[in-house]
Design a protein around this ligand. Structure first.
Ligand code: ADP
Ligand code: ZN
Length: 215
């Protein structure tokens, strides 16, 4: 089963994808994580994308499609969760094509709906463990006071993303509405879209997504 988690920055796609990995053995393909890894590795491509990402703009379709193609060619999985990809109609078409080449198809697209005010609040409160990717939130899930990640136990690894600031967030939201939200209509027309309320508690959202996958 292959699914897309669709939604604006801060909708909780990464958190939910991680849960599906743990509970269902699916593989998360997050272009955001791949691009951040490229940036951290200091590769040529990483240097090109660092600036674009920090501003909150989209990197080129060519780069992200290349990253996904590479993963689909090399990774064998019971199912893929596409998190943060596709983000443009061109990427959506490329994904259909790439999956077809693997003899696979897309089974569901879950749109996580969250209003803008909540997104800003979530993102500006967010931090992540650099060791394992566990996501924390100053208000709802604060970093443990002993400084150790509750998931992997590593100390002093909490970090904030360079693009989790108000200015970049404005651009990220605008990019989402301009370039990514048309995918909602696109997958609706293909009868693949299910919209869920992304504002609920993490467990509630987990349940809603499970209901879509087990349908
Ligand atoms: P979020 O969903 O919280 O905005 P991501 O980690 O998915 O964060 O993405 C971070 C940044 O990486 C984006 O703002 C963009 O610059 C780049 N990026 C990630 N995925 C894509 C994609 N599919 N197409 C273009 N740019 C992308
Ligand atoms: Zn950790």
């Amino acid at each position: 089963m292959n699914i897309i988690l669709l939604g604006p920055p801060g909708a909780g796609k990464g958190t939910q994808a991680r849960h599906l990995v743990e509970t269902r053995g699916m593989v998360q393909l997050s272009t955001g994580d791949m691009l951040r890894a490229a940036k951290d590795s200091g590769s040529e491509m990483g240097k090109v994308v660092a600036d674009v990402m920090a501003r909150g703009a989209l990197v080129t379709d060519e780069i992200v499609i290349g990253l996904i193609r590479e993963q689909l060619n090399t990774v064998n999985a019971k199912g893929f969760i596409f998190d943060g990809f596709p983000r443009t109609l061109a990427q959506a078409d490329a994904l259909t094509e790439l999956l077809k080449n693997e003899g696979e198809s897309l089974d569901a697209v879950v749109e996580m709906e969250v209003d803008d005010e909540a997104l800003v609040a979530r993102i500006t409160a967010r931090s992540t463990c650099g060791g394992c990717g566990e996501v924390y939130n100053d208000n709802t899930k604060p970093e443990p006071v002993d400084g150790k990640c509750s998931n992997c136990g590593e100390a002093g690894k909490f970090q904030r993303r360079a693009d989790d600031n108000e200015e970049s967030l404005k651009t990220r939201l605008m990019e989402y509405y301009k370039k990514t939200s048309p995918l909602i209509g696109y997958y609706y027309a293909k009868e693949m879209l299910t919209r869920i309320d992304g504002l609920g508690a993490i467990e509630k959202v987990q349940g809603d997504i499970a209901a879509v996958l087990d349908k």
